[in-house]
Write a protein that binds this ligand. Structure first.
Ligand code: SIN
Ligand code: FE2
Length: 212
């Protein structure tokens, strides 16, 4: 299952079950960005509060059957967007296709994510080291698509204190981590000042998960 994926040369081996697929989303990127706009028109980006009461520097929205949400009551998945009172926008076909192809290229067949968390990073926004642990499924991969400004991704181990690799990610790169690496700690360093032809001073990240 964790054999070398088919896209040799464009793949970087991060850990067992974890890969960086360079440029994998490049062809789809403009379409993905248009879909993000469409989703955000219905479920706008918002800065969520952590259970500790801090405002997250990354703005978030979701599409799919459920969406990830955080407030002082805790982290959880909801089928209704608590801010609009309506279901989260459906997952676009182009999202499903890309996520399935990336998962397959990393050795995970029949990937069926039910949520895509969409992160929007302004200059200086960051994501502190964390595990994706609010999902019932702890084997299916996380598929993470970078769009717009570059960022430094931190990829650690199964314990918070394990050493981390610093992985530079640019527009179109996709990271997949599942199986034995599914619960690895990861994060994003503050996004540096810059300008991207398609997104301006923003970085977007799509994170596909199997939540339920
Ligand atoms: C995440 O961990 O949810 C996002 C990672 C990223 O923005 O690259
Ligand atoms: Fe994460």
């Amino acid at each position: 299952m964790f054999d070398q994926p088919s896209l040799a040369g464009r793949c970087e081996d991060l850990a067992p079950g974890a890969w960086v697929l360079r440029c994998f989303a490049l062809d789809a990127a403009e379409k993905l960005l248009r879909e993000i706009e469409r989703i955000a028109a219905r479920s706008p980006f918002r800065h969520l509060a952590t259970p500790g009461g801090k405002r997250m520097s990354v703005a978030m929205t979701n599409c799919g059957a459920v969406g990830w949400f955080s407030d002082p009551r805790g982290y959880r998945y909801t089928s209704i967007d608590p801010e609009t009172g309506k279901p989260w926008p459906a997952m676009p076909e182009s999202f499903m296709k890309l996520a399935g192809e990336a998962a397959a290229a990393a050795g995970f067949d029949a990937y069926a994510p039910d949520v895509c968390l969409i992160n929007r990073y302004e200059i200086g926004a960051r994501l502190t080291l964390h595990q994706d642990q609010d999902e019932r499924d702890r084997h299916s991969p996380i598929v993470s698509v970078s769009l717009g400004l570059p960022a430094a991704f931190l990829f650690g181990g199964l314990a918070r204190t394990d050493p981390q690799r610093r992985v530079p990610l640019v527009h179109g790169d996709v990271v997949v981590w599942g199986g034995p690496s599914r619960m690895r700690y990861h994060g994003v360093l503050p996004v540096k000042d810059g300008e991207h032809p398609l997104t301006g001073a923003l970085r977007y990240n799509l994170t596909f998960r199997v939540a339920r």
